[in-house]
Design a protein around this ligand. Structure first.
Ligand code: ZN
Length: 175
């Protein structure tokens, strides 16, 4: 083998190596796809058979762990779904109890800094609530005006009861 033949053979080997690596990668990718598709189909087959065979003693024989495992997970799934629904209900109830924005009538959640309807700051909204409350009750009795704990701003009156303010706004919506 002369020098040119040797170089040609070496180049050819290099091409073969690269070619095999590319093919190998392609087959590995396809193998993963096949495995994933097979798992998906097997899961669908199992799910359809489970409903028809879960009470069949002959089918259950030797597969108790699988049948009981699915049944236990189904029960837990319903419990978790009920918890999620419960949280959503709590959030909705809380939102419905939020006071109305005096400027636009949107609900203003207690932890929001701005009205989601009109964008007014919570300080403006609180000031308007207190003004409404003061207008509705020009002469509040001292007993009904407990000091507000931790007044957020210097402008906010310290003698208005927040609960009373909310009730007043619900009775007299300006939206
Ligand atoms: Zn608003």
């Amino acid at each position: 083998m002369n020098l040119l033949d040797s170089m040609s053979a070496a180049l050819s080997r290099g091409t073969n190596v690269a070619d095999r690596a590319a093919k190998n990668l392609k087959y590995e990718v396809r193998l993963r796809e096949i495995t994933r598709e097979r798992q998906s189909l097997a899961a669908q087959l199992g799910a359809s058979l489970y409903e028809d065979t879960k009470d069949d003693p002959d089918m259950r024989a030797g597969r108790e762990r699988l049948y009981d495992g699915i049944a236990a997970l189904d029960i837990e799934r319903e419990q978790v779904r009920a918890q999620i629904a419960n949280l959503a209900e709590q959030a909705q109830t809380e939102a419905q109890q939020s006071p109305l924005c005096p400027f636009c009538g949107s609900r203003v959640a207690g932890d929001h800094l701005f009205c989601s309807g009109c964008g007014r700051s919570i300080d403006d909204i609180r000031a308007a609530w207190f003004a409404q409350a003061a207008a509705a009750e020009p002469a509040p009795t001292p007993a009904a005006s407990a000091p507000e704990g931790g007044a957020p701003t210097a402008d906010a009156p310290t003698t208005a009861d927040p609960i009373e303010v909310e009730a007043t706004i619900v009775d007299n919506p300006r939206a």
